[in-house]
Design a protein around this ligand. Structure first.
Ligand SMILES: Nc1ncnc2c1ncn2[C@@H]1O[C@H](COP(=O)(O)OP(=O)(O)O)[C@@H](O)[C@H]1O
Ligand SMILES: [Mg+2]
Length: 328
């Protein structure tokens, strides 16, 4: 690798011990994100996207644990840090944006006070200095009249404006990495594009690395530089967005792309992926996707395909050079 990655995840395994045994939700994930880069993490509900993000920010629900693997941020291993160290990192080195802006905002504090408080926890700033920075930040994220808005409470903002405030909050201590989990899912379609454009701009301008988690391949197509497609706790395809959208290798990725209306109108029909993701306690043998895959053959039922190089990407499918790549 040319430059050191901002985020480097190696063989991450996340488990939930239950009374009936251990459920393995993340089954060995490797990925990196570089400075200024947006890595999209996409997949259906239950694929393990949020858990991957939560493992990085040290917010796995109680019971969930990192059973194997390592997480490095800017060269520092962070998966075994004591709680206090992790809390310092959160906000300062790693910012977070979640689906519902109200979960990140305190309804009892003005937007300005939240920004100022967060900045002053992490940086040596006077109140006046923090205030000036907060105004500039609100301006940067596209909030009109920031010097007036800064004195208002979250409920006085629209959904889209509130998510801009959350983005400002995630950025206010100048983190190296931002984890954004479904940041546009709760917003009107008309607002979604504005927010993704904003995320893209801040990553470019500030050199921030971003993990953009979404179930929506359309958001990935518009925003990310690279994409990791997740299925049943594993990455099944990873590579540059442009080439994966143009020539997806994994049948599951083809299915996800087939569900983007704007991309399929031009070609043929909307492809549906029949069936649903296997339950954690009922993982099929071989390729986890094989029960839903119309190309499944004997080997797929028996042997799990590892990620294998495929052009500029990698995909975990035994058909890489076979007939699958010629079928929609
Ligand atoms: N606290 C938990 N206890 C047990 N299983 C969990 C818990 N949290 C998540 N899981 C399981 O882990 C899998 C991945 O969840 P998640 O990362 O939230 O999926 P996604 O964000 O891709 O929709 C799912 O099967 C989910 O049921
Ligand atoms: Mg999720």
């Amino acid at each position: 690798m040319a430059a050191e990655a901002v985020l480097d995840i190696r063989n991450l395994v996340v488990e939930f011990p239950t009374r009936r045994g251990v459920l393995t939700a993340i089954r060995g994930i490797d990925l990196t994100i570089g400075r200024g880069e947006i890595l999209g993490v996409v997949g259906e509900s239950g694929a393990g996207k949020s858990l991957t993000g939560a493992a990085v920010i040290g917010l796995l629900e109680s019971g969930g644990r990192i059973a194997e693997g390592e997480i490095h941020v800017c060269g520092r291993r962070i998966d075994q840090l004591p709680l206090r160290e992790m809390q310092k990192l959160r906000g300062r080195t790693i910012g977070a944006i979640f689906q519902d802006p109200l979960t990140s905002l305190n309804p009892l504090l003005t937007v300005g006070d939240q920004l100022i408080e967060t900045m002053r926890v992490h940086m040596p700033l006077s109140r006046a200095g923090a205030m000036a920075r907060a105004v500039r930040l609100l301006q940067e994220v596209g909030i009109p009249s920031p010097e007036l808005r800064i004195a208002q409470y979250p409920h006085q903002f629209s959904g889209g404006m509130r998510q801009r405030v959350v983005i400002a909050l995630a950025l206010c201590a100048e983190p190296e990495l931002v984890i954004a989990d479904e940041p546009t899912t709760a917003l009107d379609v008309s607002i979604q594009a504005q927010i993704t454009a904003l995320l893209k701009r801040v990553c470019r301008d500030r050199g921030t690395a971003m993990m953009l988690i979404t179930h929506d391949m359309g958001v990935i197509a518009e925003t990310a530089d690279r994409v990791a497609v997740m299925y049943a706790g594993r990455i099944v395809e990873i590579g540059p967005v442009a080439s994966i959208i143009r020539a997806p290798r994994h049948p599951y990725t083809k299915g996800l792309i087939g569900s983007i209306p704007s991309l399929t109108q031009r070609s043929e029909r909307l492809v549906q992926i029949d069936g649903s993701m296997p339950r954690l306690n009922a993982m099929p043998e071989g390729c986890a996707f094989h029960p839903r895959c119309r190309f499944a053959m004997a080997q797929c039922r028996r042997e799990r395909p590892p990620l294998m190089p495929a052009g500029t990407s990698e995909a975990a499918c035994w058909h890489l050079n076979g007939e699958v790549s010629h079928v929609a």
